[in-house]
Design a protein around this ligand. Structure first.
Ligand SMILES: O=P(O)(O)OC[C@H]1O[C@H](OP(=O)(O)OP(=O)(O)O)[C@H](O)[C@@H]1O
Ligand code: HPA
Length: 179
């Protein structure tokens, strides 16, 4: 299995780009079927979601808007449990369907906090589309409307996800080894 090194850690290939592509096609076809008449505002949660959001948006077959927020909770290989908001949302969402685009729901603290903030602005509906979900790590009761792949509770990098800033550019996903 292909291995890479980032900083002090080694990683082994765990999800090839072809599996990511298939998961994106399946998710996009559901979103296209269910939301084509809802004029949803897509919200990309930076940084990690930049690659997933860009690839998913290319598969959406109806006119729709995208905006961006920037949140941070992870440091090194673990969650701090605290979510910092680095860039907020400018758009008004009252009465609108919004779709949060996440690369990963891990402990669930990031998505739970953002859903709470957005619900205070009385949207019509807040939906969550996440490429990856770690069910064994998730401590929060959050409803995930579109999930690409369920994965084990291991630290991963690639396809937007980083280890201390590195690895986001990798087209495949890798799992840490020997730590
Ligand atoms: O479910 P959680 O435990 O909250 O973890 C998920 C969040 O962690 C990552 O962001 P991170 O804080 O690493 O910031 P980044 O996107 O800039 O890498 C990821 O992009 C999610 O937003
Ligand atoms: O496994 C992960 N890897 C990188 N960033 C993350 N943010 C949450 N979980 C992860």
């Amino acid at each position: 299995m292909k291995r890479i090194k980032l900083l002090d850690k080694e990683f082994a290939l765990s999800i090839p780009a072809s599996d990511i592509k298939k998961a994106l096609w399946e998710m996009a076809s559901k979103i296209n079927a269910e939301l084509h008449d809802k004029n949803p505002l897509m919200i990309c949660i930076l940084n990690g979601s930049f690659m997933f959001s860009a690839d998913l948006m290319k598969l959406i077959d109806f006119p729709c808007e995208i905006s961006f927020v920037k949140l941070s909770s992870y440091e090194g290989m673990g969650s701090t449990g605290k979510v910092k908001q680095l860039i907020g949302l400018n758009e008004k969402i009252e009465g609108r369907t919004v779709v949060l685009l996440e690369d990963i729901v891990d402990t669930g603290v990031t998505i739970e906090k953002l859903i709470g903030q957005l619900n205070a602005q009385n949207p019509r509906d807040v939906k969550v589309a996440t490429l990856l979900f770690k069910p064994d790590a998730c401590k929060r009761n959050v409803e995930l409307d579109y999930v690409g792949l369920e994965i084990p509770n291991d630290f991963i990098v690639g396809y937007g996800l980083d280890y201390d800033g590195y690895g986001r550019n990798l087209p495949d996903i890798y799992t840490v080894i020997d730590y």
